[in-house]
Design a protein around this ligand. Structure first.
Ligand code: FES
Length: 385
């Protein structure tokens, strides 16, 4: 823990004054606050005094208290509370603040302090022989994910090893501190995982990822009100109306889908991506839903007395089966006969994005039409679902 006391008298100057430039800045800063609230400028003024002289002197505290019409003790309370304020003379080139709180401690902050002791001074707040360097231990500086870390001036240096901290201290001692890139000192982007991404590593669209995790049909079926990709919202209204009429579904389904799509579009990018571009995900071209009057729509039939159980085809669940029935598809033979254009029509109608081809519905349907479950097992080596 750092000790928050003013420096001994021997270090304290007799007086403090802002430079002309800083005095102008201080007047403008004080004027930002409403009448009677000028004391709100106390932290910015203390920080500017520190930036000017390297540390906060008793004379600076008293001067700022006079400027803001505050009691000395009130400004002293602020200056002694925040570890950002240095109450002792510090190194002219670097004052190294080593985080010693639990995450950094578990990741090696004690070794970093040993470096400071050997390269700067055995005791915190003491300067090296040249007066250019000093160090202290502080509490969490908010970069725990990249522990252990230190702060020098306004910059943090993270993911440190003792060897890297030695290099940093040497560079500051030589007056070249500005040449060091702040932030993480290892191969990672900000606080992203070491060694590269561990998730979102493919360009697979979100909707497909979701479909894998849940019932594929729950996000693919046009009658489903589950979240759908933004491309859904781009469909012409007439197409949705046509779909509703054909499927006899409540008109609320497309409304819910559009609402979900809008919410998905408005959702901000999160996490480390705030300062770093998110991994590229290919934008899907808006998929136009095929018309029910399109020439490639497979020929439908009246419901037979004993329709086939289309759910035996992998990729067809109750909702998809119902949708197929709505457009007159009831038998394996019908599915087995679909030509490429017809398969593409159905795939687009179900918003399946190629799943009919990937699951090879035609081959499955041919086997089921030819010999039912036995033929299916013969062809695929497993039972149909
Ligand atoms: S514990 Fe060290 S930065 Fe938070």
């Amino acid at each position: 823990m750092s000790v928050r006391r003013l420096a001994e008298d021997q270090f304290q100057p007799a007086a403090f004054a802002f430079s002309d430039e800083n005095a102008v800045w201080a007047d403008k800063t004080i004027q930002k606050y409403p009448a009677g609230r000028q004391q709100s400028a106390v932290i910015p003024l203390l920080m500017r005094a520190q930036e000017q002289d390297g540390w906060v002197t008793r004379a600076a505290i008293e001067k700022i208290a006079d400027m803001l019409d505050m009691a000395y003790i009130r400004v002293l309370e602020v200056a002694t509370f925040y570890t950002q304020f240095q109450l002792h003379p510090v190194g002219t080139r670097a004052h190294v603040q080593v985080c010693g709180t639990t995450p950094c401690m578990l990741r090696g902050s004690e070794a970093l302090m040993s470096v400071c002791k050997s390269k700067i001074h055995a005791h915190p707040f003491e300067r090296n022989a040249e007066g250019t360097l000093s160090w202290e231990e502080v509490e969490c500086l908010g970069a725990c994910v990249n522990a252990p870390m230190v702060m020098i001036g306004k910059d943090t240096y993270e993911d440190l090893t003792p060897a890297r901290l030695e290099e940093i201290i040497d560079t500051f001692a030589a007056g070249n501190g500005a040449s060091i890139k702040p932030g993480t000192q290892i191969d990672r982007i900000f606080s992203a995982p070491e060694g590269g991404l561990t998730s979102l590593t493919t360009e697979e669209p979100k909707a497909r990822t979701r479909a894998k995790k849940t019932d594929a049909e729950s996000v693919s079926a046009p009658v489903d009100a589950a979240p759908v990709p933004p491309s859904e919202a781009a469909r012409p209204k007439s197409t949705d109306a046509e779909t509703n009429a054909a499927l006899k579904t409540p008109a609320t389904a497309p409304k819910a889908a559009a609402k979900n799509a809008k919410a998905a579009e408005e959702q901000p990018v999160s996490g480390t991506a705030a300062a770093e571009p998110a991994p590229a995900v290919k934008a899907e071209a808006p998929a136009a839903k095929p018309s029910l009057t399109d020439k490639n729509r497979p020929t439908g039939v009246e419901k037979p007395a004993a329709p086939d159980d289309l759910k035996m085809i992998s990729g067809v669940g109750p909702k998809i089966e119902a949708t197929l029935n709505e457009i007159g598809i009831f038998t394996f033979a019908q599915v087995a006969s679909w030509k490429k254009a017809e398969r593409e029509w159905v795939d687009g109608y179900l918003n399946f994005r190629g799943r009919i081809e990937r699951d090879d519905w035609v081959k499955q349907a041919k086997a089921l039409a030819k010999g039912g479950e036995a033929e299916y097992i013969k062809v695929f080596g497993k039972k149909p679902r």
